[in-house]
Design a protein around this ligand. Structure first.
Ligand code: ZN
Length: 369
């Protein structure tokens, strides 16, 4: 007997929130000598700021219905960037995100990562002491006090940005921002997370230098010199339905909210295919064996460097056996049962930025308010 498959009517996921950017990467310009300095000197370049995985927005934005990135004209911060990087040896990754349009005066966007200026760690010392900027990868000679004061004044516009702006994460930003700015923020945070987490060559432990307009690094050991690129961690996420089109929703022990229920997800093992990971994760977590599996779409999830790839699958079995470790509860839900669980406060959906939210809403047939 051939059962009707709901997958026959499953379209690819529309409008995944973190995958809507329309910027032209202009990859061919990344290896151009002095590209960052040239861009920062241009009146057509805007700078957005990131720090510790957060984006800068105007103060008070998190209470507003719409949020925009805080951007500043590049020429306004060019001197401060140069002073911090070249004179004070502070590591400020600059990432050329791309342009809007091909004309010479097309808007271009650079992201500056101010993590090294974090007020809670180094910045208070930075404001006080001329010899406080030494870091493991760029030891700095103490500067004469008057020289340091002049440099500090030059750098002030970026130092003050740490306290002048409000800093929010993508989960807060995405539901209230434009697709274009979400794309910028996602790229900037993804690359900055990698730049902040890897400063040494994994092969020889020499410090790395930032190259390719922020998108790569080069080992500074002249006997090595290899180029290093951001690591992306593939993860699969699967909406599992049974032949009655009930959705499998589960709660994982790692989630602090006991009411959060979502779909099956996990990292792809080294040497594993995506489709194998889909079947393995669902079987491990819930004991459900999958039949047909269909790809739906993907979006980056920079916490810190994942790429979420979404699938829909039909269960061959319905007997749930959670592993009790990663997954502590799983339930088959009809649409009416799920709506009721949300209304009665027995379950809460994933955040709006998450691909899981879109997957659940697609199955449900409407957005969750
Ligand atoms: Zn090396």
């Amino acid at each position: 007997m051939t059962l009707f498959s709901p997958l026959a009517l499953t379209p690819a996921l529309p409008l995944l929130p973190l995958a809507q950017g329309d910027i032209d990467y202009e990859i061919e310009r990344r290896e151009q000598d002095g590209i960052i300095e040239e861009l920062l000197a241009s009146p057509h370049t805007q700078v957005m700021l990131v720090r510790n995985g957060l984006v800068a927005v105007p103060q008070g934005s998190s209470r507003q219905p719409r949020i925009h990135l805080a951007t500043v004209p590049a020429q306004y911060v060019a001197r401060a960037y140069e002073t911090l990087c070249q004179d004070l040896h502070v590591r400020i990754p600059a990432i050329f995100l791309g342009s809007y349009g091909t004309a010479a005066d097309a808007g271009r966007v650079v992201a500056l990562d101010l993590t090294a200026l974090d007020l809670t760690t180094r910045d208070s010392a930075f404001l006080d002491s001329p010899d406080s900027l030494d870091s493991p990868d760029s030891p700095v000679q103490p500067l004469p006090v008057d020289r340091f004061a002049a440099l500090r004044a030059d750098a002030q516009v970026l130092v003050e940005a740490c306290s002048k702006f409000e800093w929010i994460d993508l989960r807060t930003f995405v539901p209230r921002a434009s697709a274009r700015e979400i794309g910028q923020a996602t790229s900037a945070i993804s690359v900055a997370n990698w730049q902040d987490s890897q400063r040494y060559c994994p092969a020889c432990a020499a410090p790395t230098a930032i190259i390719h307009a922020g998108w790569a690094q080069r080992c500074t050991n002249p006997d090595d010199g290899r180029e290093l690129f951001p690591r992306v961690e593939p993860a699969v996420i699967t909406a599992v339905v049974d032949h009655g089109d009930r959705l499998l929703l589960q709660h994982n022990s790692a989630w602090s909210n006991p009411l959060l229920y979502s779909v099956s997800a996990g990292f792809v093992e080294a040497g594993e295919s995506l489709e194998h990971a889909v079947r393995r994760e669902t079987l491990e977590e819930t004991g459900i064996a999958l039949g047909e599996v269909k790809y739906l779409g993907s979006q980056p999830w920079p916490y810190p460097g994942s790429l979420m790839m979404a699938f829909k699958a039909v269960a061959n079995t319905t007997d749930i056996q959670v592993d009790g470790q990663e997954t502590v509860d799983a339930q088959w839900m009809t649409r009416d049962e799920y709506r009721n669980a949300l209304i009665m406060g027995r379950m809460e959906p994933p955040v709006k930025a998450a691909i899981a939210r879109v997957m659940i809403e697609q199955w449900l047939g409407h957005a969750i308010d």
